[in-house]
Design a protein around this ligand. Structure first.
Ligand code: C5P
Length: 314
């Protein structure tokens, strides 16, 4: 019997996020390009203590506020283990520990990534050898971003984001990631988009050809010009302090500035870690002039791998 499995799992960003009109099921059709970046949560799984009848969840934050992360069976990672158990027809009782470095409710898919890690980790802990395609189908049931978090790299997402196909991407990109101390609810940002669009019909979403061409060529300037996010106006409407930051990003030497997913994290495309430091200093100065308090930024590289088992202790 395996005693412990550790899984490392990345944050995701959207290089483009096209959002269509709301569907009858309440979700929005997406055409997006995902990239996994080097900010990682770690999920540690152990068999539950003898006599325990529940999946337990504990959470610790490594530089991030985890107050709002549910420490019970409703946590998406616990739901992932339960769903895998239903799929294989046996109860999988585990204790889960989430060590979080991905900001919570930041538009970086931290919760989805933990769920992807929990699926993979429980499969390894109980030596189930579930085929990858079945794990991906379970991931799609858990949330729109969960299948991508299993895959990682750079990929196109369609449907509600759960249908993932990898795309050709050359080179590596550096991002200055600026978290916001207060998260935003994804559902609230989509609802705000609907409110802002009220009465106007949204066209079916598309991934810009220029973005795919820039990725194929490893062209950072082209990528910077092609970055886009249909959710940005809604995130800025709910969090107006993002506006001066994004403006400053496009005025300083960053190749592009972007709201990450549903926000409120912002992203600035840079050439190197040194360049990211410079951009960080320029943004801090703008934030200071606008009376904004900037959370400490993080420098991340993309693309990186998806959820990955990093240790198995027997
Ligand atoms: O799929 P997930 O559970 O992560 O989505 C969270 C919420 O975000 C959904 O309940 C929905 O309100 C919104 N959403 C959406 N369209 C998508 C993805 C998410 O409206 N394609």
């Amino acid at each position: 019997m395996t005693a412990e499995v550790r899984v490392t799992t990345p944050a995701k960003i959207n290089l483009s996020l096209g959002v269509g009109p709301v569907r009858p099921d309440g979700y929005h059709p997406l055409a997006t390009v995902y990239q996994a970046v080097s900010m990682y949560d770690e999920v540690v799984l152990r068999p539950a203590d003898r006599g325990s009848t529940a999946i337990t969840v504990t959470v610790s934050g490594d530089g991030v506020d985890v107050t709002d992360v549910p420490c019970h069976e409703d946590n998406l990672a616990a739901r992932a283990v339960r769903l895998l158990g239903e799929h294989v027809g046996r109860e999988l009782l585990v204790s889960l520990h989430l060590r979080k470095r991905i900001p919570v409710a930041g538009g970086l898919a931290g919760g989805s990534s933990d769920a992807a890690a929990a699926l993979l980790g429980a499969d390894a802990l109980f030596e189930l050898h579930t085929p990858r395609a079945e794990l991906a189908a379970l991931a799609a049931e858990l949330g729109s971003d969960v299948p991508f978090c299993l895959t990682g790299g750079t990929a196109m997402g369609s449907g509600r984001g759960e249908q993932v196909t990898s795309v050709m991407s050359r080179g590596e990109y550096w991002w200055l990631v600026v978290p916001d101390p207060d998260g935003l609810s994804t559902a609230a940002v989509y609802a705000e988009l609907d409110r802002l669009r009220a009465g106007r019909s949204a066209r079916p979403p598309e991934v810009p050809d220029a973005l795919l061409a820039a990725l194929r060529a490893g062209d950072i300037e082209g990528l910077g010009r092609a970055l886009s996010n249909d959710l940005a106006p809604a995130a800025v409407s709910l969090r107006p302090s993002l506006a001066p930051l994004l403006r400053a990003g496009s005025e300083c030497s960053a190749h592009g500035a972007l709201v990450s997913g549903s926000g409120p994290t912002t992203l600035f495309l840079c050439e190197s870690p040194d360049h990211a430091e410079q951009v960080g200093e320029a943004l801090a100065a703008v934030a200071g002039r606008n009376g904004l308090e900037l959370a400490p930024p993080v420098v991340a590289r993309g693309p990186v791998h998806g959820a990955r088992v990093t240790a198995v202790h027997r």
